[in-house]
Structure formats: C-alpha cells, structure tokens
Design a protein around this ligand. Structure first.
Ligand SMILES: Cc1cc2nc3c(=O)[nH]c(=O)nc-3n(C[C@H](O)[C@H](O)[C@H](O)COP(=O)(O)OP(=O)(O)OC[C@H]3O[C@@H](n4cnc5c(N)ncnc54)[C@H](O)[C@@H]3O)c2cc1C
Length: 466
C-alpha cells in the first residue's frame, strides 16, 4: 500500500503482517516543518519527541533521510512484553520506570536504593529543616512494576543479554536477563584520591549524595554539639568540635554551606547559646571561584554574601589531606591539610568536591583499556567512556549494541555535546526514552530470531544524516 501526502514525500507501507517498512526521504526541509509533516503523516500525538535529543535544540538539519524497517511477526509477539531492565532509581531511572507502559513492557529496576531521592532538598534534610521521608519516594510505589531488585549491577554479558548483580545484603551474586537495558546509575563523589578522605568517610568526613549521607551528617553535627557542651573539655577542644568544613565550591557544597549556616545561627544558637562563640564554618575550593558553571555576577554575589556572614571562604585552596593529630597523651583530633601549608582542625567535614563514575561504569572502562582478558581473547568493551561518562548517540543508545543498551542521566554523555549533570537533564532524557519505547520500540519484535542482529529501528520516522 502506498500512501501519498502533499508535503513532498512518500510513505510506503507494506502491511502483509510479516514485515513493515517505512521509507522517507526529505531534502532541505526545516526542522519545524519536517516534524509537523511527520506528525501528520504518522498521526503522532503532539508533545512527543520525534527527533533525537540533539535536534531539539540544534540548528535545522540540511539533509534528512528517514528509515524504519524491521521484521514484525509472530502472533506470540502480541503477548510477549519485552523486558526493560533499568539500572538505578534516581532522576533518570525512576522517571523511566514510572513512564514506561507496563502493558507493553515488563519493567524491572535494579538499584541499591529502594527509593527515588529528590536531591535538590537533600542538604535541608542533613540539618533537619526537612524530614528524610519528605524527599523520598519508594520504588515499590511504581504501578505495574515487574520486579525490583535491591542490588548493585556489577557487569554486563552483552552476548547473553544478562546483567550481573550482587544483592546489597549479603553480596549474593545473581543475573537478570534483559531485552533492553537502560543504564542510569548516576555517579559518585570524587575524592581525587586525597589521602585520609576515604578512610574517614562516615566518621568525620561525609559525602552528600544519598539519603544515608544526610542522616550521617545530621547525627554527627548533633554529636559534636553534645560533646562540646560537656563541661570537662577544654575551650580549644570545643573550638575543634564546632569547626565545620565544607570542601568544594560547586552548587551542592554551596547549598549545604548555606543550609548549615542557617541551622547553626537560627536553631543551634537557641539550644546551645553558650557554644555560639566556638562555632566556625570554612568553605575550601581548589579553583579561583565558587559556582564555576554559573554566571560570574551570581557567583560573585554569593561569595560576597558568604563573607559578610563571616564564613571563611578559601578559594584557590585545595585540601590535600586529612590527618590525625595528637595533643598530650591521649587527645586526638583531625585536621584538613591545605595546599597553602596551613591546617584547619575540624569536627565535621562535608566533602563534595567532584564527580566520578560508579564502580560498575568504571569497570567497563578498565575492560576496554585492557584489550585482552586472562585467556588472551580480545575483549569487546561495552562502554566507551569520556571523562568517566558513557558515550551515547543522540538517541541515548550505547553504540555497537544494536539499540539494546541505553544510558542516560549523569553517567552518560552524548557524542554531539556534553549536557550538565543535573536532575533536569536526567529527567528529560528519561521522558524522551520513555516516549521512544511507548510509541515506537514496542513495535519491534525483539524475540524474533530474524531481528536478533538487527539494529533497533530509530524512534519515529526521522534519522538525521546531516
Ligand atoms: C545534594 C545535591 C543537590 C542537587 N541539587 C540539584 C538541583 O537543585 N538541580 C538539579 O538539576 N540537579 C541537582 N543535583 C544533581 C542531580 O541530583 C543529579 O544530576 C541527578 O540525580 C542525576 O540523576 P541520575 O538518575 O543520573 O543519577 P542519580 O539520581 O544519582 O541516581 C542514580 C541511581 O543509581 C543507583 N546506583 C548506583 N550504582 C548502581 C549500580 N551499580 N547498579 C544499580 N544502581 C546503581 C543509585 O543508588 C541511584 O538510585 C543535586 C545533586 C545533589 C547530590
């Protein structure tokens, strides 16, 4: 059957029940007219992304060829729901899991966190302004979710289409089969191998990424105040316990510094009025200024405001180590060693100085660097990493996986340009991928042997060959 429309292109559609193919060819059309003509041709509802993510903000494609071609077959296909396995329950993973059409897909989530975390409000929970439960949503509330595994992904067997996992309780290994794999484990805090930081993490040094980090910080802050209120300790020791240090000048550190300041001045000073004079707050940043990616005027305004509040902001000052010091016979305390040669004794340090890939992603990089495995066989690296992030194409597909593996959120970077590691990017990517699955990818019979080595057809009718 040939469908012809008067917007300058043809749709040929063979409806014999065995194979569908759509071929389009449009030259030199503007992005807007192209998308609207494709919407009417395919009766695609408004609001759905047709183009790859990069097209939505880029210039109009000059030369576009569109193809969608695959084997669509067996009656069994009508009953089989392809299994979409999602790694991670954060902004990207949770959004995708909620949006996927459960009538069409068997959706499974693997994540060590059994909840979604609203990260922008995490600093407020660390100081008690908000309760922990106010910023989390259990994964099990996702309607129609096939299965949730509280586990970490460790590796991928691309040939067998398996994710190798280990449960968070006993480290028991197990595998989960997938038809499509969506990788969204975010990233982790980077210590830059600074001596003494990792060893003291959770004791006097704290990260701020997960809910349990916020709990640890809250407990430690209160512990420091209770210990400092003990009459038997010296004034110097009191100063040390109530010295708070924040490392890193990015948005997370800055938000936390401000929250902590408000908490110390507005709340703590009411409960421990005698201790106010002992409190100090230091923010150390290795670079020349705070909030590096923000507009200069905003960063300068913020820096000025912190200094007016008597917060000791030290720019161009890297923390190069965390060490123990001994006073007298038994009194031990911890200091931050700074690049300028000075030391700051502290009771609590919150480290949020940078991002690094999680182990699962970093491992794939190591595999790709070691071209051979123990038996001398060539390894086929699954991820190509760029600055620790998985390189994906504009459709969020991991290259060389026939469109069976996708990556999104903080862990991924598109070839056409890096987007910032923010919640809004992660969420929008999940919306996009959800739409692709619900509207297009479900048509592809992933179990048909004839499709096994076939590339998953691109979402919608558009393929850019600019
Ligand atoms: C304190 C703080 C404040 C922030 N404020 C803002 C803000 O105001 N605005 C903004 O846009 N962005 C903000 N961000 C950044 C934003 O949170 C991230 O960009 C966003 O979380 C990225 O989403 P994601 O899904 O890629 O990763 P995440 O949300 O980090 O989710 C990753 C998920 O993967 C899981 N996981 C980790 N390892 C594995 C593994 N091996 N296997 C399976 N699952 C795994 C984790 O448990 C987690 O559930 C903030 C971040 C923080 C830490």
């Amino acid at each position: 059957m040939i469908l012809e429309r008067n917007y300058g292109h043809k749709i040929s559609k063979n409806l014999d029940g065995k194979r569908n193919s759509f071929h389009f060819s449009i030259l030199k059309k503007s992005k807007k007219s192209l998308v609207s003509s494709m919407r009417s041709a395919m009766a695609v509802p408004r609001g759905l992304h047709l183009a790859p993510l990069s097209l939505s903000s880029g210039s109009a494609p000059r030369d576009i060829v569109m193809t969608r071609s695959f084997h669509q077959t067996t009656p069994a296909h009508a009953f089989y729901r392809p299994r979409v396995v999602i790694l991670g329950s954060g902004w990207a993973g949770n959004t995708l899991a909620r949006r996927l059409d459960k009538k069409r897909f068997d959706v499974r989530v693997i994540s060590p966190a059994n909840h979604f975390l609203f990260t922008p409000l995490l600093p407020s929970t660390a100081v008690g302004t908000l309760e922990f439960r106010a910023i989390q949503e259990p994964i099990r509330t996702i309607e129609g979710l096939g299965k949730y595994y509280q586990a970490k992904a460790l590796g991928i067997d691309k040939e067998k289409q398996l994710v190798q996992c280990s449960d968070v309780f006993k480290g028991t290994p197990f595998d989960v089969k997938y038809d499509y794999l969506c990788v969204a484990p975010g990233n982790k805090t980077n210590t830059f191998n600074t001596p003494g930081v990792a060893d003291r993490e959770g004791k006097v040094v704290f990260f701020l990424k997960h809910l349990y980090h916020a709990r640890q910080i809250r407990n430690r802050v209160l512990e420091c105040f209770e210990r400092a209120s003990n009459e038997h300790i010296s004034s110097v020791e009191r100063d040390r316990l109530l010295s708070f240090m924040v490392v890193g000048g990015g948005p997370t550190s800055c938000e936390f510094t401000t929250e902590l300041y408000d908490f110390l001045r507005a709340d703590v000073s009411k409960w421990y009025p005698d201790l106010v004079q002992h409190i100090s707050l230091t923010l150390a940043e290795a670079g020349p200024g705070l909030l590096g990616n923000f507009h200069r005027s905003l960063a300068d305004y913020y820096l000025k405001a912190l200094r007016q509040k008597k917060i000791d902001v030290r720019t161009n000052t890297a923390v190069i180590g965390v060490e123990e010091r001994q006073e007298g016979d038994c009194k031990q305390y911890t200091v931050a060693k700074l690049a300028d040669g000075t030391e700051v004794p502290f009771g609590t340090m919150v480290w949020s100085a940078g991002l690094a890939p999680v182990k699962f992603v970093a491992r794939q990089q190591r595999q790709s660097e070691n071209k051979e495995d123990q038996d001398g066989n060539d390894k086929d690296p699954i991820f190509e990493l760029e600055r620790g992030r998985i390189v994906v194409d504009d459709y969020l597909r991991v290259p060389n996986t026939h469109g069976r593996i996708f990556a999104m959120g903080d862990c991924a970077v598109t070839k056409s340009g890096a987007l910032p590691p923010t919640a809004s990017v992660a969420e929008q990517q999940a919306y996009y991928l959800g739409d692709c699955f619900n509207k297009y990818y479900h048509e592809f019979d992933v179990r048909n042997v004839a499709n096994q080595n076939q590339e998953l057809p691109l979402p919608g009718p558009i393929v850019s060959t600019v």
